[in-house]
Design a protein around this ligand. Structure first.
Ligand SMILES: [Zn+2]
Length: 630
């Protein structure tokens, strides 16, 4: 039976509380203020330079003028940070709603150049604080205005042996933009301009690679395979260039790490570990548990294949949506492409109810996000793909961005992004230097939100089998992503760095490393592997960050571990949860886990307990697949 399509009713966001346009006097004033502060900082920070030579002998009793100057500079930097981030978030918000917005593009360029200046200036003061005598830094941090920087400075000092001389650090950071980062931009330029051809009702059409990637999330399996093969062939044509880019990025980093290794060894994983505030022991413990859980990831893929009526999935199926399955109960048509549609109001209500089942305050927060118009969910041809949550630093208020078209996946994305927003709300009470959390902890609240939604949907009376299957399908896709795909990326990147330290690698050698890691992780669970994955995965080409993979695995397993406390703690859970989120910007991962969960991340037990939760989810999915007669 055909239903009339209902209006989705996805809202636009309201940014007027911050700025109404680039001509808004508030925008102009903040930008001018940031520029003036930066100009002043250039001068004051140069006044710190003479102190570098005697950093380790600085005696606070004789350095009042220097302490004053450093304090004054730090306060100005805090203010510039808030202003620049506020302006940047606004420009990004406009650019995401209308990717053709020329002024937004222009301001993003201006703001990123100012951001680079800000970073360089901040780097100088940080270097002094990392190097200076303990008594000097202690005197500095005991001033009330700087106290919020204590944790941040302790991290700088922890890694001080890897720092270089001021002149070398300055030279490195000034050549990075047109050196290291230029390679990342080259990859973006090539992949942004490349086109591939896919079948269409009237023959064939030419599309960009981003659109080809989005077809992998569609119901039509033939189209998925065709877009995969077409994009793969196009990317293969650029493989010499891509190999040169990967070799250059890794080569740059390895040379830099060698320079930084004079006092203490600097492994190629150290930079990523430090930025995630994580120790090597914890990473190793997590990866060894994940390695042992490969069978579980493969089981997820086999269950998905069963539901699709296939012996195995292939690499173009791993992002496929849940098929609509005929069940005796619902009496709907045969497996097709239809899936239940939730208007925005219905989707938001599901998220609200799921959040409220954790704690009424969390449900109220979802309503507040709607009422204050902090969610942008329309589907517009000009919008950038994907979803995200961001926050304005001046008001400390979040905004959520997505393109909501009414599938359960969209509802789940909304639950994910609102989780990030809730995290922001909890942190709004803290000074900004204590509210910046690393990537591995960023996903705690978001995956928590998704998990709460999944459990709510599964337990809600009256949930039909189709909906439950869709939830289970999402669980299986997540398990396969975090237990196979992301670990394969991690192993590939590790192997690539090891080999690159010897010599540059050609495309064939890089493909064979990728094939090997797919084989190790996926085994026989896929019909076909993707040895060219290194050409298509943007994450390998992000010049600012290496190993943009294991933090995802951490986020997934850590969040499940936090969620597991929900049942045990009952009504006390919410206070526990808020306290944990509150510390994500002012503690290292190990300390956070020890304080709030009472666990040692360097031991397998905690990670194993999260794996058991995934096993439970897959058991639930398997029972539903059976019930659907597959
Ligand atoms: Zn997220």
């Amino acid at each position: 039976m055909q239903h009339e399509p209902r209006p989705i009713g996805a809202p636009a966001w309201d940014l007027d509380d911050e700025y109404s346009s680039f001509d808004d006097p508030r925008f102009v004033k903040d930008l001018e203020r940031a520029k003036a502060l930066l100009a002043g900082l250039e001068l004051s920070v140069s006044g710190l330079e003479p102190a570098f030579a005697r950093a380790e002998d600085l005696d606070p009793a004789e350095e009042t003028a220097l302490l004053d100057l450093a304090e004054e500079s730090l306060l100005a930097m805090d203010e510039v940070d808030v202003l620049l981030q506020n302006l940047r978030v606004f420009a990004n918000c406009l650019a995401s709603v209308d990717s053709g917005d020329v002024r937004a593009k222009e301001y993003r360029g201006i703001l990123s150049a100012l951001g680079a200046v800000d970073e360089r200036i901040e780097g100088n003061l940080d270097l002094l604080l990392a190097r200076a005598s303990r008594s000097f830094v202690e005197a500095f941090l005991s001033r009330p205005a700087t106290a919020a920087h204590r944790f941040r400075v302790s991290l700088l000092r922890k890694h001080r042996d890897h720092l270089l001389e001021l002149s070398v650090e300055s030279a490195l950071s000034s050549v990075k933009s047109d050196g290291l980062h230029a390679w990342g931009r080259l990859y973006d330029a090539i992949t942004g301009a490349a086109r591939c051809r896919v079948p269409s009702p009237d023959g064939e059409r030419e599309i960009g690679l981003a659109e080809a990637a989005s077809l992998l999330r569609g119901h039509d399996r033939k189209l998925r395979e065709a877009s995969f093969r077409s994009a793969t062939a196009v990317l293969q044509g650029y493989e010499e260039s891509f190999a040169a880019i990967l070799n250059a990025i890794a080569g740059w980093r390895l040379s830099e790490y060698r320079m930084r290794s004079r006092k203490a060894g600097y492994h190629f994983l150290d930079a990523a570990l430090a930025s995630n505030r994580l120790g090597r022991g914890s990473l190793d413990a997590m990866m060894s548990v994940v390695r042992d859980a490969r069978g579980l990831g493969r089981r997820a893929l086999f269950l998905q294949a069963r539901l699709l009526g296939l012996p195995r999935l292939s690499c173009w199926d791993i992002l496929a949506p849940c098929p609509a399955v005929a069940t005796a109960e619902s009496g709907q048509g045969a497996a097709g492409s239809a899936s239940a549609t939730y208007t925005f109001a219905e989707g938001l209500e599901l998220v609200r109810a799921a959040y409220a089942s954790v704690h009424p305050a969390m449900g109220d927060f979802v309503v507040e996000m709607r009422d204050r118009k902090w969610i942008e969910a329309r589907v517009l041809p000009t919008k950038r793909p994907g979803a995200y949550c961001t926050r304005f630093r001046k008001s400390q208020t979040p905004r959520v961005f997505q393109s909501y078209s009414g599938s359960l996946t969209d509802v789940s994305t909304l639950a994910h992004e609102l989780g990030h927003a809730y995290h922001s709300k909890v942190l709004a009470a803290l000074p900004i230097p204590e509210s910046r959390y690393p990537m591995n902890l960023a996903e705690t609240a978001s995956i928590f939100g998704e998990t709460a939604l999944g459990d709510w949907l599964a337990e809600e009376p009256g949930a039909g089998n189709d909906r439950l299957l869709e939830v289970g399908w999402g669980d299986a896709r997540e398990a396969a992503t975090f237990l196979l795909n992301v670990p394969a990326r991690f192993d590939f990147e590790t192997a690539f760095y090891e080999a690159r330290a010897e010599k540059p690698l050609g495309p064939a050698a890089i493909s064979s490393l990728m094939e090997k890691s797919w084989k190790d992780w996926y085994g026989d669970s896929l019909e076909e592997h993707d040895p060219g994955f290194w050409r298509s995965k943007l994450h390998f080409y992000m010049s600012e960050l290496s190993f943009y993979n294991f933090p995802y695995i951490f986020g997934y397993l850590f969040s499940l571990g936090v969620y597991a406390r929900r049942t045990a703690l009952g009504k006390d859970f919410h206070e526990f949860y808020k306290a944990l989120l509150m510390d994500t910007g002012r503690m290292e991962s190990e300390e956070l886990a020890r304080k709030h969960l009472g666990v040692d991340l360097g031991r397998p037990d905690f990670w194993q307990s999260s794996i058991e939760l995934i096993r439970g989810k897959l058991d639930r999915f398997e029972a539903l697949v059976e019930k659907a007669g597959r």
